[in-house]
Write a protein that binds this ligand. Sequence first.
Ligand code: PLP
Length: 236
Amino acid sequence: MATLFEAWQGVQGRIAAACTACTRNAAEISLLAVSKTFPASDVRALYELGQRSFGENYAQELSDKHTQLADCTDLIWHFIGPLQSNKTRIVAECADWVHTVERVKIAERLNAQRPEHLPPLNVCLQVNVSGEASKSGVAPDQVIQLAQAIAALPRLKLRGLMCIPEATDDEVKLAKQFQLLKQCLAHLIEQGFELDTLSMGMSSDLELAIANGTTLVRVGSAIFGARQYSTQQEQQ
Ligand SMILES: *Cc1c(COP(=O)(O)O)cnc(C)c1O
């Protein structure tokens, strides 16, 4: 079995190869290591190898790891899970980034709860690019309206857009959904928003995301291995 180091290097190799294939510079792509369900000791091990950005899906798990790794002062925490009102305080206090803002109400709570001593919370809007009714995210034609509301909140800094495409192997479909997110970002930039982040691509589709303009890939299992969910996490 590959070591954590080998797996992490392997993902960086995939990113580099995908960039070469579409003549992008690998320095344009950030690697977010998605550590949900894995222990703080794994995060620490990867941090010691040089990884700095980590993604978590569950507020309580983020809070626990944030405490356990408080000595890793330049570790950057990204919250990438569904965000309910009763969990915004933890995220406002522990995260550096949130990728899953889809409602003004949640944004207002994060803005009000962001501690004074911390810089503004970096925010991406989650966009429902597949149009599936069950999917989280704001509809593409509502993105501007939500972005305008968030621009008025001083404790949040809007950085870009995020998507989770349809669960399919159909690369044509996936590419269309990635392109839609890219177009939404371009549209916002045309309207004067200063944005630099397209959060799309995971273990199975990071190459396709890179070919379609991503700037941040969120990679879990290809680095840490297969996840085993506890009953408690499934209920969150
Ligand atoms: C779990 C998760 C990931 C990582 O998925 P892998 O397939 O393990 O790479 C990325 N993004 C989000 C939003 C996730 O919930």
